[in-house]
Design a protein around this ligand. Sequence first.
Ligand code: MV4
Length: 494
Amino acid sequence: MKKILIANRGEIALRVMKTARKMGIKTVAVYSEIDRRSPHVKFADEAVCLGPAPSNESYLVIEKVIEAAKATGADGIHPGYGFLSENAEFAQQVTDNGITFIGPRPQAIKVMGNKLAAKEAVRGYKIPMVPGVEEAITDVAVAKKIAAKIGFPILIKASAGGGGKGMRVVDSIETLQEQMDRAISEAEAAFGDGSVFIEKYVESPRHIEIQILADSHDNVVHLFERECSVQRRHQKVVEEAPSSVLTPDIRKAMGEAAMKVAKACDYVGAGTVEFLLDEKMNFYFLEMNTRLQVEHPVTELITGVDLVEQQIKVARGEKLQFSQDDLSINGHALEVRVYAEDPLDNFMPSIGTLSTYKKPKGEGIRVDDGFEEGMEVPIHYDPMLSKLITYGKNREEVIQKMIDAIADYKIEGVSTTLSFGKFVCEHEAFRSGNFDTHFVKHYYSPAKLREQNAEEKRIAALVGLKLFLENQKELKLPESEVSNWQKNRAFQSD
Ligand code: MV4
């Protein structure tokens, strides 16, 4: 594989290109007109414009991406995450055009993209699943019978959904019919597939995911877990590895379950198996994501494995160079996603020009970003600017390093979620490890962030005053300046 086209933009495109360059592989960037001057375009060896800014006229157009690969002689395509990364049809067309898709086979994408098909695929592997049903429900009478058996509250999920889309909590039998009807019509509208199923609602879960890596020679390993419970409307905002609550036994059991899920769909490449962990430390398989995840850096830092390098090697048909016993958790890593959103205005996207953009630097600090000072933040795409990741020997050190790095991350021209990341890192529930997927709902409010910001301003003012007064004592104006200074003072006192 001599040349890889990265079918993505922003931080992940640049991140993949950096590893490709490290491996001596040429890179091709694709971009929309508004991304013409983006860092990923400048970094690549070649670049092809896909068309206008809207994703459905550029990054999502399968034919244009494949045409760009053929025109530049790319022999591999890396999809990144989002966009076409979990589009089985895209993976198939890439392969049909004699180009290597750096990811799993189309069939694995298809199976895991449908939650009921995923459950069907893993049936027989004795993987813990949330009590419920494993087939689509169309008759509300059947739903009522199952709900009575598993007990309320239950969760209605869309089979073609994922990432929380199409989920509805039902607390009692009275609203079941109405909620079922709505769930089916919403799923039909959103995914073109109205299939829904029900599960027992796990009320205060943690969201734990296991990184999987599999080659095409039947070797599968897991690279331990990531804790992703701090989410806002199903959007992960803070992730870490390892989790602060997993015991070695549960980690081993979850890792083995995740590897079985990978085997169940003949998985090849990097993938992520999601679990819920309830308050009694029981875990349940949720779904599998057949792409490299946004939060993959925290796994790379605690294992020392470059996951993009592994994806490329596996796609080239190479065997994994390490076994499970070669892998261990070293240290702790924490990621805060930096969005161009205003946490004081319901996280509304904030567009504008990055008039100031200065990244924190230092040992144990990694910033994966796709922007430079002076760049516009376009409205057309996901508003994530970067990921700020800190790494160290233990969780306490890493949280403090994150707080310090956030203070050194200078972004002006748009509102960002950096202050929200600080709020999380300073909150006792997070610091103690005692939190679940309802952290944001339970503890965050704009008022609390305003309090935090006001405190910051007060401290900054006091520090400024102290420095001024200290300098005042030592301030020695040169004689020539004294008269000027007195004259000016006289002028000001008029
Ligand atoms: C659940 C659940 C509780 N009980 N299933 C969220 C998206 C997808 N990964 C599956 N998810 C969940 N499935 C059962 N039976 C809780 C989640 C969940 C969640 C739910 C609501 C709000 C935020 C959440 C964050 C992570 C997981």
